[in-house]
Design a protein around this ligand. Structure first.
Ligand code: 5GP
Ligand code: ZN
Length: 136
């Protein structure tokens, strides 16, 4: 764990999460303040700050997992589409300096403004939702 990094603490089991998927390389869990129902974060278990210091092979592995997890979420929720969001640096809105990819399920026809707005998560609901979409 690096510099009291909250995502390292989650990956090491020191802070609980609503887990959706885990393997040797990545951990995926629900965002506690989601933009939308099923908003999931995919992180490498190892600490890298952002896209630029993450090795290519790790990135390739993460993106392959993002695809697999997003396909599963889309089929399970279900939703009509999803955004993959990845912020780098404070100026870009990165609040947790441990590289991560957001999978943000979307519904509807895409008409109107697409917004990314956190909503305070209901912990009991997130626990149920994670159970529903957790991947074997
Ligand atoms: P960023 O703005 O850095 O791209 O996204 C960080 C995300 O992590 C935010 O959407 C925020 O709600 C989420 N987050 C921050 N702390 C925690 C936490 O302890 N647990 C979970 N599950 N999500 C967190
Ligand atoms: Zn970290």
């Amino acid at each position: 764990m690096k510099n009291d990094c909250v995502f390292c603490a989650i990956s090491e089991g020191e802070i609980p999460c609503f887990k959706v998927y885990e393997d040797d390389l990545v951990l995926a869990y629900l965002d506690i303040n989601p933009f939308s129902e099923g908003h999931t974060l995919v992180i490498p278990k190892a600490h890298y700050t952002c896209l630029l210091d993450t090795p290519e092979d790790v990135l390739q592995g993460i993106v392959a997992r993002v695809k697999k997890i997003a396909a599963h979420i889309k089929a399970t929720l279900p939703c009509d589409g999803f955004n993959v969001l990845q912020n780098n640096g404070l100026a870009a809105g990165q609040t947790v300096p441990h590289v991560h990819f957001h999978i943000i399920p979307r519904t509807g026809d895409g008409e109107g403004e697409i917004t990314f707005e956190n909503h305070k998560g209901d912990m009991a609901h997130l626990a149920q939702l994670a159970e529903r979409i957790r991947m074997a």
